[in-house]
Design a binder for this molecule. Sequence first.
Ligand code: KIV
Length: 260
Amino acid sequence: MRTITSVKNAKNSEKLVVITAYDALFARLFDGRTDMILVGDSMNNSFNGQKDTLSADLEMMIYHTKAVLRGAKNTFVITDMPFASYTDEKIALQNASKIYQQTDAHAVKIEGGKERAHIIKTLVDNSIAVVGHIGLMPQFARSEGGFKIKGKVSGDTQRLIDDARAIEDAGAFCIVVEGVKEEAGKAVTEAVKIPTIGIGAGRYTDGQVLVWSDMLGFFEEFKPKFVKRYLEGAVLVKKAVEQYANDVKSGKFPDDEFIY
Ligand code: KIV
């Protein structure tokens, strides 16, 4: 099982592999096969059918973190702090403490750069391990007018570097870098001593994270360019369910093998 120290030490020596999980069933399948599991608020889109992450709340995150931890007993688990749960230091500390008190999560993740470094510091000062998240930040996409790739316009990369350094100084032990041009992902990775975990951030980050339902092909509505599908989950499931329906309708199931 990873520790904060071993995650930090992975920088410049091995790539870190992170996958999301939202329940015990799939967490059990991922357990021990990746370095870390993220209980991401992406669950609100992929599992809850919502158009964005904004309506995910603390109770949901706690409920799903408990489920994931029941499945993944040998993996370092990070829980996303949901939208509006860290609007200031006091609220952030109250809510992150609830996650720590009610679950065995190893760390929490917060979206935001320089402007939220003081919040990260407060949590770290109170013994709560924090993962940062910069670049494209889904919780702030509505206020930014959509899901925008960063690092395209002049000044973006320097802003990302400043954000990453502020988060590092505040005590985060690693940083998710989402939706940035590859050169920006590389520049940020080189600018900090803590590992960067990329998602749509190119080849040079210290690790990669993917949303499980994207990379296993269960989420069909939309496939971002950076997602590699390792399985056509939805196709396989639909075929299997159709087969089951046909078998029941035709009387082929259950046959001798499946009766008492
Ligand atoms: O919610 C999530 O799954 C995330 C990843 C996209 C990094 O934050």
